[in-house]
Ligand binder design. Sequence first.
Ligand SMILES: Cc1ncc(C[n+]2csc(CCOP(=O)(O)OP(=O)(O)O)c2C)c(N)n1
Ligand code: SF4
Length: 272
Amino acid sequence: MTNKLSTKNIPTWCPECPNFIILESVKRALSKFKQKNLCMVTDIGCHGKIFDYLNISGIYGLHGRALPTALGITLGNPNLNVLAFMGDGAIYSEGISHFIHAGRFNPNLTLIVHDNQSFSLTTGQPTPTSQQGYKSKAIPMGEPNKPLNPIKLALASGISFIARTNAKDLKHTAEILRKAIKHNGFSFVEIIQDCLIFNLEINNKDKLMYKVKDNKNKKVAEKLADKWDYNSKKGRIPLGVLYQERKPTLTDKWPQLKELGKKDANLSKKQR
Ligand SMILES: Cc1ncc(C[n+]2csc(CCOP(=O)(O)OP(=O)(O)O)c2C)c(N)n1
Ligand code: SF4
């Protein structure tokens, strides 16, 4: 799709990498929002290259730190729609504490995780969502630990919008991203993104995937989170809005931020 959200940069992702489809899903989701109110922070990794191909303002962050950077932007201007793009290595390893606290603080921003169960840019080291036994040149004896289930951690951390999609399903990912950005509070979208070069063994789980209706029941969400353990190609993988609740946001909790929001802070008259 060539539109105002595209740049002239030529993508350097591997041919047919599902990151291309994620880029198109994001553009489709963002087409409904005012471009001047959008802002992104990307992490370091293959996913982070999206910074070069998406024509919105932003910062190319430090590895594992895109989320606190996005939170800082939200503090400066609560009226922006801020998106943080991170890899599973970045958020569930280096950035794990930020994930938990973002759930507690509930800032009004969206975290998009490209989960390929591998540190792909740096040639396939295991991340916290890699399956037990995963072998790469970095870990020839195989990963000894079981993977983290980020959906369960998100629920335990109080994240108020939790969704999962399949990168290969452009339309569904765009629809869920739109809902995530509209959500008032912290929204987390985990996108299953096969890497075509590293950790191939866990790829192609499409047959296990099924879509659920938007869910607001915590007990149901806990059951949905348990359906797949990130460790094997067994079980079923629910996609969609796995949990959503309305609870006070960071802005609701701090009167100073509310005031800043009213003033349309940091936007010049021309931009408004
Ligand atoms: C603090 C820090 N640790 C490690 C690195 C090296 N590093 C850069 S990108 C990367 C891998 C990124 O993997 P992931 O976040 O899963 O994204 P992907 O490449 O799979 O999209 C690593 C380990 C770094 N730049 N900074
Ligand atoms: S290494 Fe994997 S994630 Fe990175 S661009 Fe290539 S296929 Fe995509």
